[in-house]
Design a protein around this ligand. Sequence first.
Ligand code: ACM
Length: 261
Amino acid sequence: MKIGYVQTHPLFGAKDTNFEHVKGLLHGVKADLLVLPELFATGYAFISTTELQSLSEEVDGPTFQFLKEQSQKTGAVLIGGFAERDGDKIYNSAMSVYKNKILGIYRKIHLYYKEKEWFSPGDKTPEVFKVNGVNIGVMICFDWFFPETIRTLALQGAEIIAHPSNLVLPYCQKAMETRCLVNRVYAITSNRIGREQRGEDDFFFTGASQITSYNGEIISSSQNNDIGTDVVEIDIEKARDKNLNQYNNIFEDRRPELYRL
Ligand code: ACM
């Protein structure tokens, strides 16, 4: 199975330009699963609700049309972030698309910093969906800080974690080694680069997109200033076997009756 990320440099508010940018980066790429960054078409640093409203869309909007087209071209399940409008609420969401179908929408449950001013937090348990026999779970950026997120996905059978991101802190990539190791799952952290100086904030996005293996090894890593796509071959069976040795099964050995949540 071939999985990959697309590391991009979006321009704030310029959806069509950002779609064209990603289209160029995906030209000629073939894979089974490709992950794009969080909010890849809108940019990140909103400064008003009106602005977010104008860049948000319903699930069947332009981002779906774009991901559908790119899924058909690449043969891959495409997963990318967008500002999802549902009634009077807007969520920081990620859409998973295969050919002409939406497989799932995930609404970020742990909002970072001023995202709390603009977005409604997701209020549903993160779900796992099956496509072509593989179980995929989605979490978005700062969700990594809460180990419960990936655990919830892994306990529901996720074998690969798609992790669209707009990282501004430098700790995630290292943490993903442990997150993947202790759940024996693969993860694709797709990050962006560039700077957004808007209102009183000045964000530098840290790039270094990464594919982390079920045993904590980094099997692909990009620079902090590169743009582009990388695709690697993985053995999904490794993520299905939760036995560490003949005595330890990492899920069966859990002691939930002794844990405090
Ligand atoms: C983040 O969650 N975008 C930092």
